[in-house]
Design a protein around this ligand. Structure first.
Ligand SMILES: [Zn+2]
Length: 144
């Protein structure tokens, strides 16, 4: 069984080597569809009886990490000019080991969320898919 919860966060980025306007500093309202898969829990009289995972807990756990990205600038660790600027500004930023394309942002989110979900009360629970919208027309999907 799969369950999906939708999240949104605002973040800035730039694609330093891009041939066109994506090399400029700009921001997006990212929309993320987080899909978990697992068995339906059957423990009688528990709050989560009949669920794969409580949507409330999905929200709490994912937001713990997503709050680090929200209203932050996502900067590639080798984009030294921008990194120097951000370090000298009173600004929130997150350093990424890869260029912050929507594809790499998904991998970054996946790496950080996976350990938070896989050891919870449902032993079969795992992240099945992350779909990340960068604009209303563009998204990427990763399935592990
Ligand atoms: Zn962009």
């Amino acid at each position: 069984m799969e369950i999906t919860r939708i999240f949104e966060f605002d973040a800035g980025h730039r694609i330093p080597n891009h041939h066109s306007k994506c090399k400029n500093m700009h921001g997006h309202r990212y929309k993320m569809e987080l899909t978990l898969s697992g068995n339906i829990l059957e423990t009688p009289n528990k709050s989560f009886e009949g669920m794969v995972f409580d949507f409330y807990d999905v929200k709490t756990i994912a937001n713990e990490f997503l709050e680090t990205l929200d209203h932050a600038f996502l900067v590639y660790e080798k984009d030294s000019a921008l990194l120097d600027f951000l370090k000298n500004s009173d600004s929130k930023f997150v350093i990424m080991s890869k260029i912050p394309t929507v594809e790499n942002i998904i991998l970054f989110i996946w790496k950080n969320l996976e350990p938070k979900f896989e050891k919870k009360y449902n032993k079969t629970l795992k992240i099945k898919r992350i779909k990340l919208w960068e604009t209303p027309n563009c998204f990427a999907v990763y399935e592990g």
